[in-house]
Design a binder for this molecule. Structure first.
Ligand SMILES: *Cc1c(COP(=O)(O)O)cnc(C)c1O
Length: 378
């Protein structure tokens, strides 16, 4: 029996190479460490309006049943989603956040003998999910900084990495942390060009924020492309990140496989009722979308006025090049009570990712930066 310092030798090989995901710093942690208060968090792409009022009412009504296990089949939530999305309930899998679905898909289809393709600067959870299975990640170079979608997915480069061992291709549209997006025509052509042994995981965590006519209604592609797995979440536009609930829409056979791998009660009962209610709270969704569009404009214009270059974003955040190492800016902003997200762990040491907040929060960030640039303490 190995000694207590030898447990790493017993762990699965894929696990040893994993770097833990580093989340945005919670407000409570910042205030504890720095002894400040009234700080704001623009670091985790959360909805600044707070949860939908309809969800809070639904949670209230469901509290009395907390002694019971949740509905493992999430029947009511799936029925509501099916109606909302015009798909069959059998095509839906619900997860503990869409993060769980990304891991479940990896667990279901990847082995150490297989490969998965994703882009450089793609959402980090793809790399983590792939690595945990022992499969090989093939990482395509991103678009160059002077591209119309700077640092975004280069589908041609991704295609070149698809081979006989490829089982999964991960695409985020829009992508986090870059905010870049792919239009309907290029995405369709890419998916249609893949061989039948390759499944496409299309992560639409920010899909509800996208404005404009080129946004593909990919749910309508499922008949033509049965190897497509679309994932979405209630964490972003629907403002329920703390409850952990997301879903995928896929061919029913794929949903059946994911259903075998998931835990029997993976989505708790409060999350199920809150998500269901959120779908109907169209007022909250409309307000969230409008607030975000205005806030994106405010942040982008404000950052440009400071001489920084924000990347055009279709999400609820902007990635901005600070023109040098970003960490000192991150730390100075922390001291000023503003939490943003450094992205050096994505290989972007000169960038910060800033979530769109309420107008006064966006202004607080911009004015803190103005003071710092003028050599003053904010
Ligand atoms: C936030 C995010 C998710 C997942 O969030 P969950 O809270 O796990 O649903 C998935 N993909 C991207 C690109 C994200 O930014």
């Amino acid at each position: 029996m190995p000694g207590p310092d030898r447990f790493s030798a017993l762990a699965a090989e894929g696990v040893l190479g994993l770097q833990p995901y580093v989340p945005g710093k919670p407000v409570s942690e910042l205030e504890r460490e720095y002894g400040i208060h009234d700080s704001i968090k623009l670091a985790s792409n959360e909805n600044p309006l707070g949860p939908p009022p309809a969800s809070l009412r639904a949670i209230d009504a469901a509290l009395a049943d907390l002694a019971l296990y949740p509905d493992g089949a999430a029947f009511e939530l799936k029925a509501a989603l099916a109606k909302h999305l015009a798909v069959d309930p059998a095509e839906i899998t619900v997860g503990n956040g869409s993060n769980e679905l990304l891991s479940l898909v990896a667990e279901t289809f990847l082995t150490p003998a297989t490969e998965a393709v994703h882009s450089q600067f793609a959402f980090l959870v793809y790399a983590l999910s792939v690595q945990a299975t022992g499969a090989t990640a093939r990482i395509a170079p991103a678009n160059p900084p002077d591209h119309a979608q700077p640092l975004g997915h280069d589908l041609a480069a991704m295609k070149r990495l698809v081979g006989p061992a490829t089982r999964l291709v991960f695409i985020a549209n829009p992508n986090n942390p870059t905010g870049t997006w792919l239009g309907a025509a290029e995405l369709r052509a890419f998916i249609g060009s893949l061989p039948p042994h390759v499944l496409v995981v299309l992560d639409e965590a920010y899909g509800e924020y996208v404005e404009g006519t080129d946004w593909p209604d990919t749910l309508r592609w499922l008949d033509e492309f049965p190897r497509l797995i679309i994932t979405r979440t209630f964490s972003k536009m629907y403002a329920l990140a703390g409850l952990r609930v997301g879903y995928s829409v896929s061919h029913r056979e794929i949903a059946g496989l994911l259903n075998r791998v998931r835990q029997p009660f993976n989505v708790n009962s409060l999350a199920q009722v809150a998500a269901r209610a959120a779908l109907d709270d169209t007022v909250h969704v409309t307000r969230s979308r409008q607030l975000n569009a205005a806030g994106l404009g405010q942040l982008s214009a404000g950052l440009r006025a400071l001489g920084w270059q924000p990347i055009p974003s279709a999400g609820n955040f902007v990635l901005v090049d600070t023109g040098g190492p970003a960490l000192p800016w991150y730390e100075k902003l922390l001291r000023a009570g503003v939490i943003v997200r450094p992205v050096a762990n994505y290989g972007l040491p000169n960038h910060l990712r800033i979530t769109v907040g309420l107008p006064e929060q966006n202004e607080r960030l911009l004015s803190a930066l103005r003071s710092l640039m003028a050599g003053k303490t904010p």
